[in-house]
Design a protein around this ligand. Sequence first.
Ligand code: DAH
Length: 339
Amino acid sequence: MIAKIEQLLTEVEAATAANAEELEALRIKFLSKKGAINALMADFRNVPPEQKKEVGMRLNELKDKAQEKINFLKEQFENQESGTEGIDLTRTSYPIGLGTRHPLSIVKNEIIDIFARLGFCIAEGPEVEDDWHVFSALNFAPDHPARDMQDTFFVEAQPDIVLRTHTSSVQSRVMETTQPPIRVICPGRVYRNEAISARAHCFFHQVEGLYIDKEVSFTDLKQVLLLFAKEMFGSDTKIRLRPSYFPFTEPSAEMDISCNICGGKGCSFCKHTGWVEILGCGMVDPNVLDANGIDSKLYSGYAFGMGVERITNLKYQVKDLRLFSENDTRFLREFEAAW
Ligand code: DAH
């Protein structure tokens, strides 16, 4: 019996398996019910009592060695097959630090979502633009102060090329390629030559809106803006339109909302007026329609433009505009829960 055990032990030690079938054959040979080790176990009762202790120990040793070997071979070729030797696939992963969405993106997306529900599509245009799309096509007189060096960044050696000062430039890009009905929303970055401070920056973000069709009226504009204000700032929000002037709209207006910080009662944010300005708007000037290839006798339209930083400040009371572009993660992480 001992000799038989020794022989099997040598076989176990020498055993190899190149694939799953060979391994299974080994398992059947040594460890299955009808395998060699079980056969010896069955013979155990015939072992003389004085040898039982030693034979029993050797038998157990053989069984353990066979099991160990089979486990070892199994592990070895499993690792070979998946090419993950040395990698513990059952280990839990390290936590991955997820980034957060930028507050301006959160608010921009909210604005887009509201207008998308009203059927507006997104249109985009270049940030480096020509004078025509930023100014001339929008009815800016040649001597309009907005063209002044103080406001506009000019691209060196190309006086006709500027960094766009507003997203209204996308209006003219859309009009020159599309006939009404036009219903677009144009988000984007704009640049102005301003000293950087808590309240001003040389770049910021706007969302422009443009709607052109037959018989579009100021009432349509007002209704859409009221709906926007309620969706954005809550259903109690009121709006008020004050007459204003923009070269590309006639009539033009600026829109205030009831201060959402004090609820209209008056606070330092609204300078105790109860109202805060959030956008400019108006009916597209017929000159603009005609300059961009749309017949102003057939069509009319409205336009509006708002600053994303301004709306974000109102929603989240960010006091210093510079925080938006400094990438301080302590600030950015505060918006983790906002989307
Ligand atoms: N472009 C204007 C600005 O940057 C905002 C604006 C006002 C856009 C009136 C419009 C509008 O479309 O109708 O200050």
